[in-house]
Design a protein around this ligand. Structure first.
Ligand code: HEM
Length: 507
């Protein structure tokens, strides 16, 4: 092994990286917790730019250079995902996120119309309804200027929205966070994140020997049973409708007709045949996973940033007053949301500082020549999306929260579209980005109109416009971390390990 890898290391001398140990590579330096991993990645980004990272004998080629990012994202041959996605397979199967080749291609084509703006308009109704309920929940938890964890509350809101839009089923997670299905979904999301960088837990055949494996199976089965049950009932309902039978009046929630992503899948065909139950399951489970943690993170971090930047929150509110006029407590229409340009800039700037998917991976199946550099077959390429947002040449003063930097008037006319890619780009870009933007704006617009968002403690308000999060060598110039500063945890999705704490004051 050592001989073989010595040769490969010579081949990639073009790209430095942290020094390695035999057999371990850099595994001992990456760090134990997800937060350590992020810090190590940032330190190496500042030190090397692109860097090569060895986990045992697996080469991870980490890309932070804009031209290389463009190369990978526009390549037709780098569409298959890397090994870190293996943890998702038992849960999501070959859904859109994890599949590749012909299956991915035909399913992508089939699913694209489900995100058409006419369908998003229907989903917007669900988003508005759930956000109204969310305001009531916030009134309760923020009573008496209590410091609370908004990430937790947003998580349940987003789960409610995604269940309703994916399956047409209301699970009321905001009211029943302890339900078996809600806990099982929570378990699977964090389980995936924690296993991704664990050398033994990442593979199912070694994970089976851990005592927690039993709990994993139990939660996986809960989610699968629930989804298969909904799918089965939906199919039955459609068959009844097709036979033109009058529907039995029932109290059953599944019988209530509500248009959902699943309905779209049921009316689609692949090569002239309807989707199998397994295919339906895979795509619904994928929609629910990808559309949950990502938006939760964006909304939580945006609330956090606004809580610490009063001046920017004021601008968001001024725009709300302008667009909504006298209807400050009502639902914003689709049209009104599209007029909220400043809120759009806040969305972009939040995703620059806290991209929901900080790293995405691809597998290199054949030797690759990337802008003059050889990347050997069998390696994995990790696109370090988060580091791109902290590139000082593109985003001066990168730790400053400054939505205006995304104003078209302030962007360099020759800017490269690959310098900012929170939704990835190219053929495997995020299919749900318009859904995400719509949900972000629906919820945040309502939040800002109902509440003044305050930091957990008054002294935490930013005096210089900077965030309190620092990575890499610049950290030592800054004040120490406060207990209410988020500890970032990256895996497939970014979140705060210690929650996102703040206070609210009703307007
Ligand atoms: C702020 C919110 C979001 C962000 C930042 C985000 C980001 C991303 C990124 C970076 C990828 C590429 C992943 C990779 O290459 O492995 C991706 C893929 C994907 N996203 Fe999103 N996403 C968001 C919301 C959503 C939502 C709301 C949905 C669906 C409801 C969704 C569905 C998907 C799917 C299905 C893929 C896989 C697409 C494919 O491979 O063809 N995402 N997303």
């Amino acid at each position: 092994y050592e001989m073989k890898y010595k040769k490969i290391r010579k081949q990639i001398k073009h790209t430095p990286g942290p020094p390695i140990l035999p057999m371990l590579g850099n595994a001992h330096q990456v760090g134990k917790s997800p937060n350590d991993i992020l810090h190590s990645f940032f330190n190496w980004f500042y030190q090397y730019g692109n860097f090569s990272l060895w986990i045992g004998y697996l080469l991870n080629y980490v890309v932070t250079d804009i031209k290389d990012m463009e190369f990978v994202l526009t390549s037709q041959n780098l569409l298959a995902k890397s090994q870190i996605y293996d943890v998702l397979h038992p849960w999501l199967g070959d859904g859109l996120l994890t599949s590749h080749g012909k299956k991915w291609h035909t399913h992508r084509k089939m699913i694209t119309p489900s995100f058409h703006f006419k369908i998003l308009q229907d989903f917007h109704g669900v988003m508005s309804e759930k956000s109204t309920k969310f305001m009531e929940k916030l009134r309760e938890v923020s009573k008496g200027a209590a410091i609370f964890d908004i990430q937790k509350e947003i998580h349940y809101l987003v789960l409610d929205i995604i269940c309703d839009t994916a399956m047409g089923v209301s699970i009321n997670a905001m009211e029943n966070p302890q339900s078996e299905f809600v806990s099982a979904m929570d378990f699977l999301c964090s389980n995936a994140c924690l296993r991704m960088f664990h050398p033994l837990k990442i593979k199912l055949f070694t994970y089976k020997f851990y005592p927690e494996y039993k709990t994993y199976c139990k939660n996986l089965n809960t989610v699968k049973d629930f989804l298969y049950n909904v799918i089965g009932k939906r199919i039955e309902l459609r068959q009844q409708e097709e036979r033109n039978e009058s529907l039995k009046k029932s109290e059953d929630e599944f019988a209530k007709r509500k248009f959902a992503f699943l309905d779209n899948l049921l009316s689609t065909t692949i090569d002239g045949r309807p989707l199998t139950r397994e295919e339906l399951y895979e795509e619904v489970a994928t929609f629910m996973f990808t559309g949950q943690e990502t938006i939760s993170a964006a909304l939580s971090f945006a609330s956090f940033l606004l809580s610490r930047h009063k001046d920017i929150q004021k601008k968001v509110l001024e725009e709300q007053e302008l667009v909504m006029g006298g209807n400050m407590k009502g639902n914003a229409t689709f049209q009104e949301l599209s007029e909220m340009n400043y809120l759009n800039l806040v969305f972009k700037e939040t995703l620059r500082l806290y991209p929901s998917a900080p790293v995405v991976g691809r597998i290199v199946k054949e030797d690759l020549h990337m802008n003059g550099k050889l990347i050997p077959a069998g390696s994995s390429i990790l696109l370090f999306i988060m580091a791109m947002g902290y590139n000082e040449k593109i985003f001066p003063d990168p730790y400053r929260f400054q939505p205006e930097r995304f104003d078209i008037a302030n962007r360099a006319p020759d800017s490269n579209p690959f310098e900012y890619v929170p939704f990835s780009a190219g053929l495997r870009n995020c299919i749900g980005q318009n859904f995400a933007k719509l949900e972000f704006k629906t919820v945040l617009s309502k939040l800002v109109r109902n509440f003044e968002i305050l930091p957990a403690q008054d002294e935490l308000e930013s005096k210089d416009g900077n965030t309190s999060i620092f990575f890499g060598p610049y950290r030592k110039e800054r004040s120490p971390m406060h207990k209410y500063d988020p500890i970032l945890s990256p895996a497939l999705t970014l979140r705060s390990e210690n929650g996102v704490h703040l206070r609210l004051r009703e307007r």
